[in-house]
Structures are given as structure tokens and as C-alpha cells.
Write a protein that binds this ligand. Structure first.
Ligand SMILES: *Cc1c(COP(=O)(O)O)cnc(C)c1O
Length: 417
């Protein structure tokens, strides 16, 4: 597909420059909030990406749990390009069939009752911001969140986020949020009262280092919120859309303990568009859905046909290709393949959302050694490596990683001694 315009864009990026020159230009033109990028990536295919120097990497981070179908998936590419060539954007003054179809599909997968609805946006932050605003409409302002939580960086989402280093430079944040120790049912019970608008939880805390809710915790949160007339908001921005081996993590028996933990609100983003930005705030039931009335929230881009085509294509391929089962199998294979090493104390998480827990704070060293060996992972904490690869990852690709891991760990061990 060669047009004058793509030729013009290509001329801007196909300069024959290597990573070093790009990095120099990056430092002079792109705001430095992300620190120094690890590599300059120019191309992807399946579970692999290539850098500006032509080196190939197995992508075990998937754009932070985003590229559910890997890179340049033909079905996603054709769905998005066909939609863009048909109708790209119309604003929410108009309905479009893609948005309606995606909302229906999400509600179906979420097993949401009659009367449930979806608000579309462009990111996890926006999905949570909408949820936060919705909780205010209960007439209560207290929100109970968890220590370790990450819900985004806008002021509302940031108020629910735990990490003091993220929050403190931007205070005062919207008031009313309290944080309780993660996974502690008694602390949750003590915090939730008749003034509580909502309890907001990630079924698996992602940014905190892939920390699943302990057995019984989500069920307790569901019981407590129901007893006090508060909303249960589950942030599945990272854990949703098949990542853990279920469509949504709260549907996993390991996390719900066989109890009904259906939330009042669920937020999605990351994997939903397979790489195209899509956020969704799923509101369960007629009463909750009418908390936000016409004019009380909005978005220009949210729910646009291209983004929704990407969402539909992603959900379709996950189902068609059995990627939930693949996430379970390949995730287990990674866990089994991480063999005993003095620097490894265990693997946690579900499906293809995993963390390798280290016994020393050497995650950055291990990640950098793995990158040099051709594997992209994420040192999510000083002592934990996060894996959130494409759901299409094969057993062979997983094996290539677990085979390369010991050498990276040995290198970190050497640096320690
Ligand atoms: C990434 C993430 C967010 C924020 O999503 P953005 O798309 O970066 O705005 C919110 N909640 C959770 C659990 C996340 O992992």
C-alpha cells in the first residue's frame, strides 16, 4: 500500500540512522518523563520486535500487556485499515455500529445483566477517571483503594493510585480516597462503612509487581460493599481481556474462590484494542448505569469506529484462536521452566501475567542482561521481573526465554559478589 503520504512519512523515518542517533534526537525532542528508553524499535511481527540496529527481540512485555495479538497481526491490521478506509471518526454526536457491537460483545463476555452499559475512552486512566466520577454520583465521597494500587496518572486516577512518589508532587488531589493494606480482609472491613461510595481494586495488582488478590479477598470486598451500599469497582485495565487465561481476572476461580464477585463497575484498556488505544468503563445494571446522566461525562475520541474495530478484532481473534487456553498453557510452561536459581524465589500470577520474584534487588540488571540476549522483560520492582507477553506466545518461544534466563541471573549474581 504505497501512497504519496506513506512515502513522505517513510522518508522522515527511513533515514538509515541507528539507535545512537535516534536517541540523541529523542533526548532533544521528547519530554523526559519516561527516563531513557532501552532501545529504539522500528518493526514488529508476531511476538518479535526489531530495533533500529536490526537486532531482534522476543517481546515478553507486549507494550505493557497491550499487544494481546502480538505485532502486526494480519486480522487486526485489516480490520483497522478497512475501518479507517470506511469511516474513521464521527464524534459521539453520532452513533456508529462498531461502538454498539463492541459494547454488546464486552457486556456478553462480562456476563453483565440487562441494563448494563459501556462508556468508551482511550486509556486506562480515562476508564478509571470515568469510574471515579461515577462513584461521586452515589452522593458519597469516600473511596477505599489498596496500597500498591495503580489506577493512572490524571488527578482523579492518581488520587486512587498508591505510590507516594507519583502522588505527592501533585497534591492536593481529589479528596476522599483512603488506602488499605492490600489483601487484608480485616483492614478492608474496618475501612468500608455507610459513607463509602466505592471500593476500587485490581484483581491482580500489576504495577505493584503482579500481586494477585489472596483467596477470598475479592469475595469479601463484594460482600462488604453490598452490605454497606457501596460500589465495587474492579480495575481490570491490565488483568482483563484474556491476560490471565479468563476473559476477566475476576472470573478466574483462583481469584473469586467460586463465589460471585461480579463488580458494579469494571474498567478495561491495555489489551482491549490490541495496540490501538481503547478504554472502557463497564457499568453493571440499570441503577448503576444511570448514575451518570446526559452531559455529566464525555469524550471526543472515545468509541471511535477505528478503535472499536480494533477491539472487536482483538476479542474475535482471542476467541477464534483459543488464546485464553494458550495463555494458561504457555503461562504454566513459563512457571515450570523457571528452574531453581539462588536468585529466584518463585513465579506468581496467572496466564500470561507473571512475575518472577527475585531474592535480591537485581531486577534491573537481569532485565538488561536479557535485553542484550534478545528478550524484552520488565523490572516491575527492584526485586521482580514482570512478563506480559502477547497471548499468541508459543511454547517454543516461552522455552527460549526460560533457557536464556539462568545466564542473565548468573550475570546479576556475579555483579553482586
Ligand atoms: C496501566 C494501568 C492503568 C492506566 O492505564 P493507561 O492506559 O496507562 O492510562 C490503570 N490501571 C491499571 C491496573 C493499569 O495497569
Amino acid at each position: 500500500m504505497s501512497t504519496d503520504l506513506t512515502a513522505q512519512n517513510n522518508a522522515l523515518v527511513d533515514t538509515g540512522q541507528g539507535s545512537a542517533q535516534w536517541m540523541e534526537r529523542y533526548a532533544r525532542s521528547v519530554m523526559g518523563v519516561f527516563g531513557t528508553p532501552q532501545r529504539v524499535l522500528v518493526r514488529g511481527e508476531g511476538a518479535y520486535v526489531w530495533d533500529a540496529d536490526g537486532r531482534r527481540y522476543l517481546d515478553l512485555l507486549g507494550g505493557i500487556a497491550v499487544n494481546a495479538l502480538g505485532h502486526a497481526h494480519p486480522f487486526l491490521v485489516s480490520a483497522v485499515t478497512a475501518q479507517l478506509a470506511t469511516l474513521g471518526h464521527v464524534s459521539n454526536f453520532f452513533a456508529n455500529p462498531l461502538q454498539i457491537a463492541l459494547a454488546e460483545r464486552i457486556l456478553e463476555l462480562a456476563q453483565a445483566p440487562e441494563g448494563s452499559t459501556v462508556f468508551f475512552s482511550n486509556s486506562g486512566t480515562e476508564a478509571n477517571e470515568a469510574a471515579f466520577k461515577l462513584t461521586r454520583r452515589t452522593g458519597r465521597t469516600k473511596v477505599v483503594a489498596a496500597q500498591g494500587a495503580f489506577h493512572g496518572r490524571s488527578l482523579g486516577a492518581l488520587a486512587m493510585t498508591w505510590k507516594p512518589a507519583y502522588r505527592e508532587p501533585f497534591e492536593p488531589l481529589p479528596a476522599g480516597v483512603v488506602h488499605v493494606p492490600w489483601g487484608d480482609v480485616d483492614a478492608l472491613a474496618a475501612a468500608v462503612d455507610d459513607e463509602t461510595a466505592a471500593v476500587v481494586l485490581e484483581p491482580v495488582q500489576g504495577e505493584a509487581g503482579v500481586r494477585p488478590a489472596p483467596a477470598g479477598y475479592l469475595a469479601a470486598a463484594r460482600r462488604l460493599t453490598r452490605a454497606h451500599g457501596a460500589l465495587l469497582v474492579l480495575d481490570e485495565v491490565q488483568s482483563g481481556v484474556g491476560r490471565t487465561g479468563a476473559w476477566f481476572a475476576h472470573q478466574l476461580a483462583e481469584l473469586n474462590g467460586g463465589e460471585d464477585v461480579t463488580p458494579d463497575v469494571m474498567t478495561l484498556a491495555k489489551g482491549l484494542g490490541g495496540g490501538i488505544p481503547v478504554g472502557a468503563t463497564v457499568v453493571y445494571g440499570t441503577a448503576n448505569t444511570h448514575l451518570l446522566n446526559p452531559g455529566q461525562h464525555g469524550t471526543t475520541f472515545g468509541g471511535n469506529p477505528v478503535a472499536c474495530a480494533a477491539g472487536l478484532a482483538t476479542l474475535h481473534v482471542i476467541e477464534r484462536d483459543g488464546l485464553l487456553a494458550n495463555a494458561v498453557t504457555v503461562g504454566q510452561r513459563i512457571e515450570d521452566g523457571v528452574v531453581g536459581h539462588p536468585l529466584v524465589s518463585g513465579v506468581r500470577g496467572f496466564g500470561l501475567l507473571r512475575a518472577i520474584q527475585l531474592t535480591q534487588p537485581v531486577a534491573a540488571t537481569v532485565a538488561s542482561a536479557l535485553l542484550d540476549a534478545g528478550f524484552i522483560v520488565n523490572p516491575v520492582a527492584p526485586d521482580a521481573i514482570r512478563l506480559a507477553p502477547p497471548l499468541i506466545l508459543t511454547a517454543d518461544q516461552a522455552d527460549s526465554f526460560t533457557a536464556a534466563l539462568p545466564a542473565a541471573l548468573d550475570l546479576a549474581a556475579q555483579e553482586l559478589s
